[in-house]
Structure formats: structure tokens, C-alpha cells
Design a protein around this ligand. Structure first.
Ligand code: ATP
Ligand code: SKM
Length: 159
């Protein structure tokens, strides 16, 4: 959430000539409903079952594609079968500063149910951060770095 995965995926797509997809977008289109609404109407457990459907579809149908994933997607049991996992690493404050600096900051914060309470979100980040580092095949620091520089590092490390 806010680490820059969408921005980096798009820049990487242009540079590598691969298409990029995003699991949050896939779920929203499958349901024809925004994530915020899915959480509000059906709860988080239902959202996680949609993430599972999405992981299964990717496993069976997607290759040679850049896939951005939601912050909790790593919990799907088949997650590691889906491809090379790149962890875009930043501190929590780095992420918050980035979201707050975005021109549509309020809208970005509002659309993510798990970012509504910043202290809860920080706790979740602290819990997940070591797991992200552990499941990743490649770790790339994205804090205070230019997008092009990050993209070049990803290309070099995935060659
Ligand atoms: N390396 C970078 N340097 C400066 N600004 C950046 C960088 N990466 C992303 N940004 C900016 O940070 C903001 C958040 O980026 P982005 O929307 O790509 O994050 P995200 O992880 O995809 O968020 P979400 O999952 O909530 O959609 C955007 O305004 C984007 O322009
Ligand atoms: O961190 C999370 O668990 C989430 C992150 C978002 O990308 C969305 O996938 C959803 O809001 C849940």
C-alpha cells in the first residue's frame, strides 16, 4: 500500500515490454466493486477468498507478466508458485510520506481499509515486514530513489 508498486510496475512494463497486471484491480473487475466496498459489504475474509481465486487464476493462466499484488496476498498458500517475488522495501514512514505527498493523497488513503487507523497499519507493517523479506526472491530498496534507478536494479536482478 503506497510503496510505489503500481508506479514501478508501469515503468518496468515500459522498459521490459512486458504487460503488467495488479491483483487488486483484477479483484475489483471480477466483482465489479471497489475493494473498500467489498470489505464493507462482505468483510475481510471474503476479500481473502477472492485473492485466493485470483492466485489460482494466475497460477493457471499467467506467464511472462509483471504482477503487482495487494499487501496481504503473500498469505495465499500457492503464492510462491506464481513467479519471481520482488519485495519493494521501504520504512513505514517512507510509505506514509509518499502517500501524503501524492496529489490524490486523501483518495489513496480512503480506498485502503487497512490504512484507516495508522497505528494499526504500522503494527501490521511491523508484523509483515520480516515475512516479506523472507518470502522474497529479490529485495529492492525503494526509499528516496528515482523510479528509473529502481527499474534498472529490478531488470539487472531478474536477468
Ligand atoms: N520512487 C519513487 N519516488 C517518488 N515518488 C514515487 C516513487 N514511487 C512511487 N511514487 C509516488 O508515490 C505514490 C504512491 O505510488 P503508487 O500509487 O504506485 O503506490 P502503490 O504501492 O501502487 O499503492 P496502492 O497499492 O495503494 O495503490 C504515487 O503518487 C507515486 O507517484
Ligand atoms: O495490506 C493488505 O492486506 C491490503 C492491501 C491492499 O492492496 C488491498 O489488497 C487490500 O486493501 C488489503
Amino acid at each position: 500500500m503506497g510503496v510505489g508498486k503500481g508506479t514501478i510496475a508501469r515503468a518496468l512494463a515500459k522498459e521490459s515490454k512486458m504487460f503488467a497486471i495488479d491483483t487488486d484491480d483484477l479483484i475489483e473487475s471480477l466483482q465489479n466493486q471497489k475493494i473498500k466496498k467489498i470489505f464493507a459489504q462482505y468483510g475481510e475474509a471474503h476479500f481473502r477468498s477472492l485473492e485466493q481465486e485470483c492466485a489460482n487464476w494466475i497460477e493457471q493462466n499467467v506467464q511472462g507478466t509483471i504482477i503487482s499484488i495487494g499487501g496481504g496476498f503473500f498469505k495465499r498458500p500457492n503464492f510462491k508458485n506464481l513467479g519471481t517475488i520482488i519485495y519493494l522495501q521501504s520504512t513505514f514512514d517512507g510509505i506514509l510520506n509518499r502517500i501524503n505527498a501524492a496529489p490524490n493523497a486523501k483518495k489513496k488513503l480512503k480506498k485502503r481499509p487497512l490504512l484507516q487507523n495508522i497505528e494499526e497499519a504500522r503494527k501490521l507493517f511491523d508484523e509483515r515486514q520480516p515475512i516479506y523479506a523472507d518470502v522474497a526472491n529479490i529485495v529492492v530498496n525503494v526509499e528516496n530513489r528515482e523510479i528509473d534507478d529502481i527499474v534498472q536494479e529490478i531488470i539487472e536482478k531478474t536477468r
